[in-house]
Write a protein that binds this ligand. Structure first.
Ligand SMILES: CC(C)(COP(=O)(O)OP(=O)(O)OC[C@H]1O[C@@H](n2cnc3c(N)ncnc32)[C@H](O)[C@@H]1OP(=O)(O)O)[C@@H](O)C(=O)NCCC(=O)NCCS
Length: 158
């Protein structure tokens, strides 16, 4: 684990950095697990203001290394971890682990008994490693392409 990783709350000014991380993570990392046409359909942010609105509509966190955003995640009011993306150059250093710990702390604070997510093929092993289990395999439509992902959940004891 890289001890330079700092987790802080998402700020509205982080919108562009999160778009960049999202696009690069999908194009350069998830491209291992999906076809070029699927990646092309997924890696698009057509409406930046809608993206920015979504990010501030829930609790969200930024992972920084040396002051640079390198990953982000979030938790909606109904216990959905919607986003978990790490910059390609900072993969495998524990960034997602630190983000997930922060998400879980928030879930605990709110008294949630469960966190759920829709994990890509790429993220499924990460979530499994962290105690999530697959509830269902599903196919989602993105701009005319069908992409497989996994509904997953982690339960927390009373
Ligand atoms: C999945 C993702 C978020 C993981 O981020 P990361 O910062 O590299 O993860 P970490 O370094 O914290 O890894 C934590 C553990 O999960 C394991 N892990 C992470 N990704 C893995 C993978 N693809 N396959 C197998 N194990 C994986 C790591 O080996 C590590 O195990 P350890 O605890 O034994 O050391 C990152 O690869 C990513 O951004 N992927 C592309 C975007 C994506 O698909 N996001 C999810 C959308 S639903």
């Amino acid at each position: 684990m890289d001890d330079r990783i700092l987790i802080r709350s998402y700020q509205p000014e982080d919108a562009d950095a999160t778009i960049e991380i999202f696009l690069r993570a999908v194009r350069e990392v998830s491209s291992r697990d999906y076809s070029p046409a699927q990646i092309e359909a997924w890696a698009k942010v057509e409406d930046r203001s809608l993206w920015a609105e979504r990010r501030i509509s829930r609790s969200a966190w930024i992972a920084e290394i040396d002051g640079e955003p390198v990953g982000f995640s979030d938790l909606t009011g109904d216990g959905c971890l919607d986003m978990m993306f790490v910059h390609p150059e900072f993969q495998g250093r524990g960034v997602a682990s630190r983000l997930l710990s922060r998400v879980e702390l928030e879930a605990l604070r709110l008294g949630f008994k469960r966190i759920h997510t829709e994990a890509s093929r790429t993220a499924r092993p990460f979530f499994e490693r962290k105690g999530f289990r697959v509830i269902a395999r599903q196919t989602v439509e993105k701009r005319g392409q069908s992409l497989e992902n996994f509904r997953m959940e982690k339960l927390y004891a009373e």
